[in-house]
Design a binder for this molecule. Structure first.
Ligand SMILES: Cc1cc2nc3c(=O)[nH]c(=O)nc-3n(C[C@H](O)[C@H](O)[C@H](O)COP(=O)(O)OP(=O)(O)OC[C@H]3O[C@@H](n4cnc5c(N)ncnc54)[C@H](O)[C@@H]3O)c2cc1C
Length: 384
């Protein structure tokens, strides 16, 4: 069987590994337009639960990746202005993070050891570049041209969200996964920040569209944009610089597809659907897509049946997380209003924003936060 995969991101790499490990006679090639030693972005975060899902399917990959991850048990919400703040640590939230390049480099080594070929610096721009493939996997990310050129076949939809975000890093190693909200004269700035290696952290800044306009980012140079964000988050950065990696302001597209394949072409990972970074699940979802397609092949043994089974098997669990991500992203679209809540109400609202964390669950994870909330809402204490 000949499998060609566009894109050596987490989805394509992990699918290649699973299929090759299962049957070494499969001829599998990954085509990656980027070089081996560079990628976009900084670190990515996994929740404990996300890692447990991965572990349940593949103990080997779990054992291989997790020693390279930074881990911690708390989440910190900072509710503040430029000059003052209330810090609320929330216990019972386990996370692990790893640099995107480190994750990819580990996966390159894993698949190459199994005998998969990766063609770096090779951009595939038309399907007929791939001759004689039994299966073509479009794992080429959120802006996949395979999807864009076949939107009618896939039934693609795009929901471009209004908030702006920019993915930076910093050399300050933060102690916990933190969400820092700073209310400024132009509106609320949120930084999603966490350490992903001993000396580096992701520092992703998100603002509402109106804040972005009022701050003048539309016409601001990349250097001035960094200086502006460094000033807003001066108390958090302790003089450490914000670092760019081709970072620019973007809007998030929530992408969905009604049909996941046609002929022998199938979508996977961000090409198939995007999940907002605020629930830290995009990489996990991409890897779970790989597991589902691999399992569909194991079950059915032929391409047409496997592609149908893949969508059938994968839709229910994936849709649940996708829906939660879409609720989560909307919470950030109301930061300007939400910041007016007192810090504990604000933290509680954050914790329960997707509707998947009940009051009982908040109580289990962090009894102190639940108690603070109950003090303000005594009626709730009686119900749990
Ligand atoms: C700002 C931001 C923060 C995020 N934070 C997190 C997080 O904390 N945790 C988390 O789990 N997820 C996070 N994500 C999501 C995560 O990065 C993606 O969900 C994940 O990378 C998807 O994997 P993928 O393999 O589908 O696609 P990608 O990782 O996008 O990989 C696609 C690959 O295809 C290559 N490619 C594209 N076109 C071609 C072509 N024509 N020919 C050859 N190669 C091509 C690209 O170079 C790329 O390497 C974040 C995303 C963003 C934007």
């Amino acid at each position: 069987m000949k499998i060609d995969i566009l894109g050596a991101g987490p989805a394509g790499l992990y699918f290649a590994a699973l299929m090759k490990r299962d049957d070494p006679t499969r001829e599998i090639t990954l085509y990656e337009r980027g070089p081996r030693n560079a990628t976009w972005g900084f670190g990515v975060v996994f929740s404990d639960r996300a890692l447990e899902f991965l572990r349940a399917d593949d103990e080997d990959i779990y054992q291989y990746l997790t020693p390279h991850m930074e881990t911690w048990n708390n989440l910190t919400i900072v509710h503040g202005s430029e000059n003052s703040e209330t810090r609320i640590p929330i216990t019972g939230n386990g996370f692990a993070a790893i640099g995107r390049l480190e994750l990819l480099t580990l996966l390159y080594a894993w698949v190459e050891k199994l005998g998969v070929r990766i063609e770096f610096d090779t951009e595939i721009t038309a399907l007929d570049q791939l001759k004689g493939s039994d299966l073509i996997v479009a794992a080429n990310g959120a802006f996949s041209w395979v999807r864009q050129e076949n939107e009618d076949k896939f039934g693609s939809t795009y929901d471009w969200r209004p908030n702006k975000f920019i993915w930076y890093g910093t050399s300050k190693p933060f102690d916990s996964l933190s969400l820092t909200f700073r209310d400024t004269a132009h509106g609320v700035f949120c930084a999603h920040h966490y350490r992903y290696s001993p000396d580096m952290s992701t520092f992703l800044v998100e603002v509402e569209d109106e804040t972005w306009k009022r701050a003048g980012f539309e016409t601001m140079s990349p250097e001035d944009t960094i200086r502006y964000c460094e000033k807003v988050f001066a108390r958090d950065l302790d003089g450490r610089p914000i670092i760019s990696n081709n970072s620019y302001w973007r809007n998030f597209p929530a992408i969905w597809n009604e049909r996941w394949s046609f002929d022998n072409v199938v979508l996977m990972g961000d090409a198939l659907r995007t999940a907002h970074f605020s629930i830290g699940s995009g990489t996990r979802l991409a890897m779970e897509d790989s597991i589902a397609l691999y399992k569909a092949f194991k079950e059915t043994g032929n391409v047409a049946a496997a592609l149908a089974r893949y969508q059938e098997l994968r839709t229910p669990p994936m849709k649940k997380i996708w829906d939660a991500a879409n609720v989560s992203l909307r919470w950030y679209e109301h930061m300007g209003e939400l910041i007016k809540l007192d810090p504990y109400e604000f933290a509680y609202s954050y914790m329960t924003r997707t509707g998947r964390v009940s009051h009982a669950e908040v109580k289990r994870r962090d009894p102190l936060l639940a108690a603070e909330y109950e003090r303000r809402h005594p009626e709730l204490a009686l119900t749990v």
